[in-house]
Design a protein. Sequence first.
Length: 97
Amino acid sequence: MPKAYWVTCYRAISDPQKVAAYAKLAPLAIAPFGGRYLARATATAAYEAGQKERIVMSEFPSVEKAIAAYECPAYQEALKALGNGAVRDIRIVEGLE
């Protein structure tokens, strides 16, 4: 079964304190689903239509686990803590292996 990845792109951060509150809760919420962070940083370089924005990449054992982690109550609480503190999008993609 191929792994899955969350790719989170932060378009804007308006409240760093809300982002920090979210960042404390999110890892605890995704861990039971095998989620782990691979990268959390502002892009070092951006090409073509890319933007130098904050990117978070998380790995999961499967697409099903990635979706379940997003939909679980603990992660939804983390999202409530984030509230309107950032504009972002999350994409879940299946890995090649």
